[in-house]
Design a protein around this ligand. Structure first.
Ligand SMILES: Cc1cc2nc3c(=O)[nH]c(=O)nc-3n(C[C@H](O)[C@H](O)[C@H](O)COP(=O)(O)OP(=O)(O)OC[C@H]3O[C@@H](n4cnc5c(N)ncnc54)[C@H](O)[C@@H]3O)c2cc1C
Length: 401
């Protein structure tokens, strides 16, 4: 696909997705409880075959789905994205047993996934995470968790049967879908003091003893919570990828998902723009319509201009990801940064041009105004994206010398 335009089947698919979102998903979303996982909505996304596509198609399709669903139903968009975020590490790094156990259920929408990286003292500085994975040699580490032995050199602690085991102790917070998910991709410190090089990713089913959590009430309807780990047992079978290489699992996942956060933002911006076109074309003002005021018309033009620029950058970044380009981290960061900041601007201007009615509880723009804020913070705040872009630019310069 050329980065600057969609082909006809893609355009048709996006139109279908917007219709599905409005007609089949929005009614289910409205029956859900804000701040909690809506299992009926996730199951419908599974029935429609959209969750399956998280594992069978690339970044461009992920962006098309997120943008199109966000246009008409942000709750459905977020439910889809969170299944992808939580399960992508299993898809990309899981063993056949891990994949067989979880991915079919994620795809049909009967198992809820979550991605647990952030902690109270480690958000933007994720490499500072402190959730401890302590090698456990004591007896009785949960019967039935035992598994294939690790190669001796990579096993930090092994039972007499050769199986590495740890206990996870600490906290995670701001975890989407927590504490209601069925499993968590959890990033824990296996080597103290080693920063990003001492983190391991674990697949932790929600029913493991010692795992608890609470819901957090946020501005948007996003389901989110905190998790507590009280010596939660995990074994070599639960490791995703390699021991002490979990930070790569996290960053690889974010390189895929960051452009798609941008697509979510573009979907919201387009919804706000279309609502503004409709409103300003119809609203009587000063003997004409609002759109007849040049300042209003130019404001709408500016909203469209910025939204289109963001859209192009999102699809260019997604295309780069699918092509395995070298500069994916930089492009992913640029796309997420531009699109989320743009969507904030566009939604805010849309509220302005609608006046009071946009601020009434239940109005589309009141909903979007609450939804649009968090993407500038999660998966790397805008300032963090600027840091990534600068680092990649200077690294590129050095490599070229
Ligand atoms: C709705 C929502 C859903 C989330 N879902 C998940 C999830 O599923 N899994 C998960 O692991 N986490 C999740 N998070 C957490 C999110 O990733 C963190 O909030 C984010 O990484 C920022 O961390 P922090 O909130 O601790 O802010 P801090 O790290 O304390 O940063 C606060 C602010 O400081 C500034 N800042 C930070 N670092 C820099 C820098 N290097 N340069 C300049 N300025 C800087 C920025 O303005 C930043 O917003 C979610 C958050 C929200 C709001």
């Amino acid at each position: 696909m050329p980065a600057f335009s969609l082909d006809p089947p893609q355009t048709t698919w996006c139109a279908e997705l917007r219709t599905l979102a409005a007609e089949r998903l929005r009614p289910l979303a409205e029956k859900g409880e804000p701040g909690h996982v809506n299992r009926a909505l996730v199951a419908e996304l599974g029935q429609l075959g959209l969750l399956e596509r998280l594992f069978t198609s690339g970044a461009v399709d992920l962006c098309l789905m997120r943008e199109s669903l966000a246009y008409a139903c942000t709750e459905a968009e977020t439910a889809l994205a969170l299944q992808g975020l939580g399960a992508h590490p299993v898809h990309a790094h899981g063993t056949p047993a891990q994949r067989d156990r979880w991915l079919p259920r994620v795809a049909e929408g009967t198992a809820i996934a979550a991605f647990a990286l952030s902690e109270p003292a480690a958000g933007s500085d994720a490499a500072a995470l402190e959730l401890r994975a302590e090698a456990g040699l004591e007896e009785g580490l949960a019967e039935g968790l035992v598994t294939d032995p690790l190669p001796a050199e990579s096993a930090p602690a092994a039972e007499p049967d050769g199986t590495a085991r740890w206990r996870l102790t600490g906290e995670k917070c701001w975890i989407s879908n927590a504490p209601e998910a069925d499993f968590y991709t959890v990033f824990a410190r296996t080597t103290p003091g080693a920063g990003a090089r001492g983190v391991t990713a674990f697949l932790v089913p929600a029913d493991r003893p010692g795992l608890g959590g609470t819901s957090l009430d946020m501005l948007s309807p996003h389901p989110i919570g905190a998790l507590t780990f009280d010596a939660v047992p995990v074994t070599a079978d639960d490791v995703l990828g390699e021991i002490d290489r979990g930070f790569r699992v996290a960053m690889g996942t974010l390189n895929l998902f960051r452009p798609s956060v941008g697509a979510f933002a573009v979907g919201m911006a387009r919804a706000a723009l279309d609502a503004t076109l409709a409103h300003t074309a119809e609203r009587d003002a000063f003997g004409g319509k609002l759109k007849d005021l040049q300042t209003v018309a130019h404001q709408v033009a500016e909203m469209a201009l910025r939204t289109e620029a963001a859209r192009l950058m999102v699809y260019a970044a997604a295309t780069a990801y699918d092509e395995g380009a070298e500069d994916v981290p930089k492009r992913a960061a640029m796309a997420k940064l531009l699109a989320t900041e743009t969507a904030q601007y566009v939604v805010d201007q849309a509220v302005q041009l609608h006046g009071a009615r946009a601020l009434r509880r239940g109005h589309l723009l009141e909903h979007l105004y609450r939804e649009v804020r968090a993407p500038r913070v999660y998966e790397g705040a805008s300032e963090v994206q600027r840091g990534i872009i600068a680092k990649e630019l200077y690294a590129g310069r050095e490599a070229a010398q």
